[in-house]
Design a protein around this ligand. Structure first.
Ligand SMILES: C[S@@+](CC[C@H](N)C(=O)[O-])C[C@H]1O[C@@H](n2cnc3c(N)ncnc32)[C@H](O)[C@@H]1O
Length: 278
């Protein structure tokens, strides 16, 4: 995340260590740490070879890889700037603007430049604004920067739980909620959905922009399908067959099935959903 004196991201210095915990790093150039499969990925604004060598000595760990790259390269060639999706104008925190949503995209997923984020944002905008649905609660599974939750909160959704297993994503999402003054409506929870599946009963909208393996696990759980509406993404067209096979097809109705680039986005409602009655 951005911390004073930094006001934007330029060059990223990335160190991947076989370290299963986050060391207590009080470094002014630290952007954040990911914990992934019992390893730690450290992100800095500056070269930290000496610090990392010291960490390796102190914790008896090794450097798996290191890289330094421009922020645009990290964001797959996009210069991160403001953009419009649905009724929202979204801007990075370093742009002085009157955008609807201000975001520190940090180094977690959800800056808005990936087709799945953009499409989910447009669909959240569309369904949350539909007066006949009256969506009051939402689960954001794999919240990343928190962008989708913030969008829903801005349109009046009152109770939102945003879940991610990446501690850095949770901290970034909490910070973005505060930037957008919606922290009272959004509870950010650090949770691994593989170990603790979400509780969807009584929830109006579930947004899950995840990945194929985890979606397949969730889809095959009957208790996953207790919410009223689902926006689902994070998989390519070639991955659709096993995901379709994991769905309880007789209990669901597809409301939309679209694609952006090669990415798929589904909007699905259980046949018993209150949104399909009447
Ligand atoms: C494709 S990104 C989506 C981020 C954001 N919602 C968006 O639409 O841009 C998926 C997110 O899911 C999180 N994630 C991956 N596996 C997870 C798990 N097992 N439990 C919880 N979150 C997970 C990742 O850390 C990442 O932030």
């Amino acid at each position: 995340m951005l911390q004073s004196p930094y006001t934007r991201y330029q060059r990223l210095f990335v160190y991947h260590l076989d370290l299963p915990t986050i060391p207590n790093l009080d470094d002014p150039d630290l952007i954040g740490v990911w914990i992934e499969d019992n390893t730690a990925v450290l992100f800095f604004h500056r070269n930290k070879d000496a610090l990392v060598a010291e960490l390796c000595r102190q914790y008896a760990c090794t450097l798996i890889y290191q890289a330094d790259l421009d922020y645009e390269e990290w964001e797959v060639g996009h210069e991160i700037g403001s953009f419009t999706a649905g009724s929202f104008r979204v801007a990075p925190i370093w742009e002085k603007s009157d955008a609807d949503i201000i975001l520190d995209p940090s180094v977690v997923f959800g800056s808005g430049f990936h087709p799945t984020t953009r499409c989910c944002l447009e669909l959240v905008d569309k369904y949350v604004r539909a007066p006949e649905l009256a969506i009051n609660s939402m689960l954001d599974l794999g919240c990343g920067t928190g962008l989708l939750s913030i969008a829903a909160a801005k349109h009046g959704v009152k109770r939102i739980t945003a879940i991610d297993n990446n501690p850095l994503a949770c901290r970034v999402a909490e910070t973005n909620c505060r930037y957008n003054k919606v922290q009272k409506k959004i509870s950010v929870e650090e949770q691994d959905l593989r170990n603790r599946p979400p509780r969807t009963a009584g929830v109006d909208l579930v947004v899950a922009n995840l990945y194929r393996g985890l979606l397949e696990e969730l889809f095959s759980r009957p208790d996953f399908w207790q919410a009223n509406l689902y926006i689902l993404s994070g998989f390519l067209k070639s991955m659709e067959p096993p995901l379709l096979a994991a769905l309880p097809a007789d209990k669901l109705r597809f409301l939309e099935r679209t694609r952006k680039d090669q990415w798929c986005i589904w909007v699905v409602a259980p046949r018993e959903s209150v949104f399909l009655q009447g």
